[in-house]
Design a protein around this ligand. Structure first.
Ligand SMILES: [Zn+2]
Ligand SMILES: [Zn+2]
Length: 238
């Protein structure tokens, strides 16, 4: 394949969200890996499940001429963070609870996914090292990607024991992880804190950028926060 053809192929899978922000839909759980890029630098939010696929994403980013300078994990669910080993050479940022959760329950999560994975995916899942993020983010933290300012906001317990969102004011985008879903309803599990999630929705409504990138599904506006609020408020009452 010529380099020009390779560039076209890479461009075909990086879906534009806004200027400087693209997403790449991972086959596993149709999770949105998000790439924030400017001036030859790139930050990846949620590298997905399988290191091999994250390596394809990284190759596409590098083919565009961008160097990955860091990774952000929005929360400790396997479909968002199991591929982190592909980026072991750069800093990785997450809520401190993510690091604790992966140490305590990473293997449990792996066993749970193996219960429904295809044979091919199961082999890759068994082989992958579960890697914890290097840099706990306990309070709001700013990064620079080229000339773009990126703000990491640790939310705390909500969808999981430690969620974090990523604001890109220059692009009008907030990457919300699974605090916002458009592919499905809001997803709850044993680690979910419903009152915490309702508070998180209030914070997003007050401070988030106009365009939200959910963990799964198409980008959306703040109206989706209202949808989740109604659903979670009903859960709290039962
Ligand atoms: Zn999740
Ligand atoms: Zn998810």
């Amino acid at each position: 394949m010529s380099e020009a053809a390779a560039r076209r192929e890479a461009a075909a899978v990086l879906l534009p969200v806004a200027s400087g922000v693209d997403r790449w839909v991972m086959p596993e759980a149709a999770m949105n890996a998000v790439v924030i890029a400017d001036g030859g630098e790139a930050l990846v939010v949620d590298p997905g499940t399988l290191p091999e696929r994250a390596a394809e994403l990284r190759a596409a980013i590098e083919l565009r001429g961008d160097r990955v300078i860091g990774v952000v994990i929005t929360h400790a669910h396997w479909d968002h963070c199991f591929a982190l080993s592909t980026f072991a050479d750069v800093a990785s940022y997450a809520h401190p609870a993510v690091i604790a959760e992966l140490a305590a329950h990473g293997e449990q999560q792996r066993d749970a996914v193996l219960g429904f994975a295809s044979d091919e995916t199961a082999d890759a899942l068994r082989a992958l090292p579960i890697v914890a993020p290097t840099t706990p983010v306990e309070s709001p933290h700013r990064l620079r990607v080229g000339a773009l300012e990126v703000a990491l906001e640790p939310i705390g317990s909500a969808h999981t024991g430690g969620d974090l969102v990523v604001h890109v004011p220059g692009a009008g985008v907030t990457v919300a992880g699974d605090l916002v879903e458009t592919a499905d309803d809001a997803q709850l599990d044993d680690s979910t804190d419903v009152p915490g999630w309702l508070r998180a929705l209030d914070r997003l409504a007050a401070h988030a950028q106009p365009l939200l990138v959910p963990g799964h599904g198409e980008p959306c506006g703040h109206e989706r926060l209202e949808h989740h609020r109604a659903l979670l408020a009903a859960r709290r009452r039962c």
